[in-house]
Write a protein that binds this ligand. Structure first.
Ligand code: SF4
Length: 598
């Protein structure tokens, strides 16, 4: 507390000093006094501040004895990432999907006032470690034999605080010294330290990205199949088998190495050395057919599931905060199975969009900062040489990022193509920026930035969904900002059905009932669309169904039905397509006799 005397002394004594030096001296004196006072106050309250502990490193020697823990994505992504780790010789275990019990532990051991993904993910780790202890493992063994790996960032939202939160909660729950390893999500392809047990190098990131991309495209296909499967449960069974097959492909993948005499020769060249091996790895990733072939095989197996596309279902696009829109558990009230039970088709968000967003934002920041580095002002106008050098530097960086965009999109499309182009295309970041920027400044970082707003407009305007459901965690700063903007968006696009749901770990019934209400409107929209299409084609749904049963390829989940402008629903699009096929199949109408008619 500031004593009354001290306050009076500072507030009531005006600075009546004449020289600049005297003023500066007085200010410095008062600042020092205030600092001493705050230090006294802090000691008096015996407040212990959290400091980042010096952590024991995870060394290469420990690699075969220590188990890496990770989680936080969908089970498909996690399975594939685990296999990628295993192929590099690591012992890996997946954390379970976070639940409410974990959330409570996160609150108990973490700081106050965090956003709820922090509580869920931090508590989930503590819960897992407590489970190991309950099974009879000593705390010291747990601390020695497990580490946790997660993504980190220094963004403006609380994501930048996750690392500290993990450490604080671990200390508070009695696991002080448990190691948390971070790879920076914007840290590029090489974050390896020489003696690190976890080599975050080109191999690691290529394997990681491949696993993420394959998880994305399969996840997308699964959500397009399940609502239409003729035999209940067939999609999940086929997906489980697909994951087993892919897991094996990733696990047995061998990283590209420069072997033999030529390899030894190339790596010995000082100017080529490491570059040759890296280039080889990229070439292997770009030209290699292993993963597309494996997905093609998986696709062939998925074709055994038969689907009926004539079921009228509203398409619900999921957007929101990264974690809340990805997790498949209590963190978003188990929203995806709930929506499917309620008769919706869910359009999930791929992690690939996020990766492209990060590249896009890096490019934008690089352009904005051209010529200015963190500790240096823009060179004077007459230093044309320095300005040109800075400009060239920025162009080079942007060129490299453009290559990264092109390569990532190409890889994505190769995997898409292996599954009959059924997974959606990656959304164009430049288009999202163009759409979103007038509403939400695309330079505003944190969370999903302008994406939340832009996706709402994009998916609604492109006839890709009947409704947008934004899942945003309680206490999420960027989502709170974009919520304000969304009301302007909804005012401008009157036909849009948009529902933001704040996920807080509690209040599931309330959230589900709000979704049900909005879904009611979306169902009406889907039904009216179908009536319009049936009227336009002059067909009945029974006729279309009958035709599809006679043409088994139309029940194939990887059969590509062309998208029709102005039509959203899977069933309505299918009716238009079948009508087209039926018209082509119909016998040619009898020739009109010469001279008849006008
Ligand atoms: S985006 Fe929101 S929920 Fe996610 S870490 Fe940042 S503040 Fe938390």
């Amino acid at each position: 507390m500031i004593s009354a005397d001290e306050t009076a002394r500072h507030e009531n004594v005006p600075l009546r000093l004449t020289s600049r030096d005297a003023i500066e001296q007085e200010v410095r004196k008062r600042v020092d006094e205030e600092r001493r006072r705050l230090e006294r106050q802090s000691h008096a309250r015996d407040r212990v501040h959290f400091h980042r502990p010096v952590e024991r490193p995870f060394t290469a020697a420990e690699r075969h004895n220590v188990t890496i823990l990770f989680g936080g994505l969908t089970w498909k992504h996690e399975w594939l990432i685990r296999s990628a780790f295993e192929s590099a010789g690591y012992k890996v275990e997946l954390l379970p999907t976070p639940d409410v019990a974990g959330f409570q532990l996160g609150k108990e051991y973490g700081n106050n006032g965090q956003c709820n993904p922090t509580y869920f993910t931090v508590g989930n780790l503590v819960q897992f470690l407590q489970g190991l202890e309950a099974e009879g493992m000593s705390r010291q063994d747990i601390i020695d034999k497990y580490i946790f790996v997660t993504a980190g960032a220094c963004g403006p939202c609380r994501f930048g605080m996750y690392e500290a939160e993990y450490r604080l909660a671990l200390r508070n729950s009695g696991f002080d010294g448990f190691r948390v390893l971070l790879f920076q999500q914007s840290g590029g392809f090489n974050q390896a330290g020489e003696a690190d047990g976890l080599e975050m190098n080109v191999d690691f990131f290529l394997a990681f990205l491949n696993a993420l991309n394959m998880g994305d495209v399969l996840n997308d296909v699964g959500y397009q199949m399940r609502p239409f499967e003729i035999e209940e449960g067939a999609t999940d069974r086929a997906m489980a088998q697909a994951m087993e097959d892919l897991k094996e492909v990733l696990r047995t993948h061998r990283n590209q190495r420069l072997d033999g005499r030529m390899g030894a020769f190339l790596t010995s060249l000082p100017a080529v050395g490491g570059m040759a091996e890296k280039a080889g790895k990229f070439a292997d990733a770009l030209l290699g057919k292993e993963y597309p072939e494996a997905l093609r095989q998986v696709g062939d197996n998925l074709r055994a599931v038969r689907i009926d596309r004539t079921r009228v279902k509203p398409i619900v696009k999921i957007t929101g905060e990264f974690w809340a829109q990805t997790t498949e558990g209590d963190g978003n009230y188990r929203m995806f199975p709930f929506l499917e039970r309620e008769g919706a088709q869910v359009l999930v968000e791929p992690i690939g969009t996020w990766i492209m967003y990060m590249i896009h934002q890096a490019k934008q920041a690089n352009t904005d900062r051209a010529g200015v580095s963190e500790d240096e002002a823009m060179p004077a106008a007459w230093r044309i040489d320095k300005r040109m050098a800075a400009d060239l530097q920025a162009r080079k960086k942007n060129a490299a990022l453009s290559v990264a965009e092109a390569v990532f999109t190409r890889e994505w499309n190769r995997l898409r193509e292996a599954l009959g182009n059924i997974p959606h295309e990656l959304t164009d970041q430049y288009e999202l920026q163009r759409i979103g920027h007038p509403m939400y400044n695309s330079r505003a970082g944190g969370g999903e930035g302008h994406l939340e707003v832009a996706k709402n407009i994009y998916y609604s305007n492109k006839d890709m969904c009947h409704m947008v459901l934004s899942l945003k965690p309680f206490g999420c700063m960027p989502s709170t900002q974009s919520d304000g903007v969304q009301s302007a968006v909804v005012n401008q696009y009157k036909d849009m059905i948009y529902l933001p749901v704040e996920t807080s770990g509690e209040g599931e019934i309330n959230a589900h009932s709000r979704v049900q209400m909005a879904l009611g409107e979306a169902k009406v929209k889907a039904r009216e669309e179908m009536e319009r299409v049936l009227e336009q084609t002059g067909r009945t749904l029974d006729e279309v169904r009958e035709y599809a049963e006679e043409h088994s390829e139309l029940q194939d989940p990887l059969y590509k039905v062309p998208h029709a402008k102005g039509v959203i629903g899977t069933a309505a699009t299918f009716v238009l397509h079948v009508d087209d096929l039926m018209s082509k199949d119909a016998p040619a109408t009898a020739a009109v006799p010469a001279g008849a008619g006008a």
